[in-house]
Design a protein around this ligand. Structure first.
Ligand code: ATP
Length: 199
């Protein structure tokens, strides 16, 4: 099964683009962020490790207190590393199980931190979604109702668009929403061509 990584900074439009691959071309999408939240809330072992690291406040009425955790890991790189060491291997295993159940020509793994987490190593091809930082900040402020500083802190922890472009096979500049379908179609057929050649 060919695995295509889909990455981009916060608010670049990864999910927006992934939805086009899914709706227009029936490509299965694995969203690493959603999967990791599900794993944290359903896997007792992961939950216990997180409580050991961050204390009981890590969960509020059974729900993962992501705001509390985020406020700690933004300023504590060691804690972020320890949290990643718990979550990333579990997401990796979950993704492998998920892939084994798919039967499409290729699948997409969406992750904001595809390179930073090392999961790019599983990918045969990589698509990056890019957009200017100020546009991304505006989108996320509108979507999540959080302040600019919080978003800027997240951006500082992620790769820049220039770095992403350097290591990607395809780049989608997500500005005008109406142009996205054509860009996705072009990349989809290029991927199918690559698949034909490799079989
Ligand atoms: P995150 O990393 O935070 O999960 P993301 O990269 O998946 O973000 P999306 O959730 O797809 O980004 O998009 C962020 C917000 O911007 C959403 O509310 C989406 O509807 C909006 N958006 C995406 N693309 C565009 C666009 N081209 N024009 C206007 N709004 C857009």
């Amino acid at each position: 099964m060919m695995i295509v990584g889909l990455t981009g900074g916060i608010g670049s439009g990864k999910t927006t683009i992934a939805q086009i691959f899914a709706s227009q071309f029936a490509i299965p999408i694995y969203i690493a962020d959603t999967a990791s939240k599900q794993l944290i809330e359903t896997n007792k072992d992961i939950r216990q490790q997180i409580v050991t690291l961050f204390g009981e406040k890590a969960f509020e009425q059974e729900k993962y207190n992501s705001k509390y955790i985020a406020s700690i890991v933004f300023t504590d790189a060691q804690k972020l590393q320890q949290l990643n060491a718990i979550i990333h291997p579990a997401v990796q295993r979950d993704f492998q199980h998920w892939v084994a159940k798919q039967s499409a020509q290729y699948v997409i793994k969406e992750s904001a931190i595809l390179f930073e987490s090392g999961s790019y190593r599983d990918c045969d091809l990589i698509i990056s979604v890019v957009a200017p930082v100020n546009v991304r900040i505006e989108r996320v402020m509108l979507r999540d109702k959080i302040d600019k500083e919080m978003i800027e802190k997240r951006i500082k922890n992620q790769w820049t668009d220039a770095e992403l472009v350097k290591y990607s096979n395809f780049v989608i500049e997500n500005r005008e929403i109406c142009k996205n379908l054509d860009k996705v179609r072009e990349i989809h057929f290029k991927i199918l061509k690559i698949l034909e050649k490799t079989h």
